[in-house]
Design a protein. Sequence first.
Length: 476
Amino acid sequence: MDEKLPLRSENFSEWYNQVIMRAELADYAPVRGCMVVRPYGWALWENIQATLDARFKATGHENAAFPLFIPMSFLEKEKDHVEGFSPELAVVTIGGGEKLEEPLVVRPTSETIIGHMYAKWIKSYRDLPILINQWANVVRWEMRTRLFLRTLEFYWQEGHTAHATEQEAIEETRRMLDVYTDFAVNEAAIPVIPGRKSESEKFAGAAESYTIEAMMGDTRALQSGTSHNLGQNFAKAFDIQYLDENNQQQFCWTTSWGLSTRFVGAIIMAHGDDQGLVLPPRLAPIQAVIVPIFKNEDERALVLPVVDKVKSELTGIRVKVDDRTEVTPGFKFNDWELRGVPIRIEIGPKDVEKGSVALARRDTPGREGKSFIPQAGLKAAVETMLTAIHMAMLEKARAFRDAHIFEPTDYEEFKQVVQNGWAFSYWCGRSECEAQIKENTKATTRCIPLDQNTAPGKCIHCGEPAREKVYSARAY
RNA sequence: CGGGGUGUAGCGCAGUUGGUAGCGCACCGCGUUUGGGACGCGGGGGUCGGCGGUUCAAGUCCGCCCACCCCGACCA
């Protein structure tokens, strides 16, 4: 393998693949389109899970587990849902050597089977709301796959709730969109734009879909989390009814919302640089790595006890000591930079003598990011630096994003800007305009930001009156 | 499913008119090294993607198949 990564600016997709392989986040599985998530990648996902799970619990949700297999007939009960998903279903037709009476679908998402169970569990308004989440794997038979971004099987969480009123369901949908936004900004340092999906980009079977859209390092957009108001579509398809206070049968209002291992791809592409990964400190599996430095046995005997002492003082911080003897310190510096560890702590004979350590920030390459600080009070210094790195990463990503969002005033300019950025412009709301824009430019409607106070204008494509402005971009 | 590309050691590749399968990295052993990707010496590792054909002889020529990667239409 070459020592250097391909340059991010020259070949973004090759850079992306190699970062994943070299940083040992994931590997290709023997089945096309499937991946193995390796321990380092899974540790990152576990940190994402932990912080999201805490947010779900804090907003009143409980975890449960529903089956992997769904009767084919369930999928067929909601018209838009089956239309949307049938091309990408994996179907089991044989079990235990016998042809099955009814084929079983490997879940592409669980609205149907959970809807079925909710119909069974919900009797009266006293049973509502039901607020359940599950952490699961799902399968969608995609044509073209990319590690983390689109694989046949992926890991995610899917929240499914049922409510007595439309208003409650709308509030839930928006609440979880806010949770995702808060997570993206405050944990992953990714400044996402929340908004509503257009009709054509909506989830199959939803009344309204909402999304958080993030800008990647090549300016393409990535849908990083979604929240759907399902209206009464699934309630009617699965007969999810409750008896209200007046002894009347009513259909429930349901929602669903999900965030997947795709988000790992978002972290890689939003923050990475030519040296490799740059992990946001609050999610990084290793927050600080200690590299001991010594030339001989005498120095080794001097340095290692200080390394142990420093490590034991950094309580509450995810620290790793790189005690490999078969590679040089210089190799380790590059290795941990590739793996995106936010802070490197070097401890050598000079530090032992002076009672100091060398700190290097991953987000600031070269000498500029290196500082020498006393061992006393190191924990506070590391904590401060982790926060500073988070803020700097968020700011850098925000500045990059804002520098690549344009507000074109005519279609020619629109076509220009979406080649290397996002367009924020008026849209009449008609799917035909959207489709033609996509055909001409490959840009799709990413989201319609909420709560617009925009004065009416004219559609960027057809010139007809338009009430709203939308983000358009080429997307993953 | 269309277009392009690649299959030879774990990874990256070379292999001439068909004639005993090689290089770099990685791996193992020993020694010297170690504050920005160390070096020397010695070693282990292959049904050349699969099946069939041509031939005295196939990694190499011919046919079929398979897999993976990249680019398009669908998608979190």
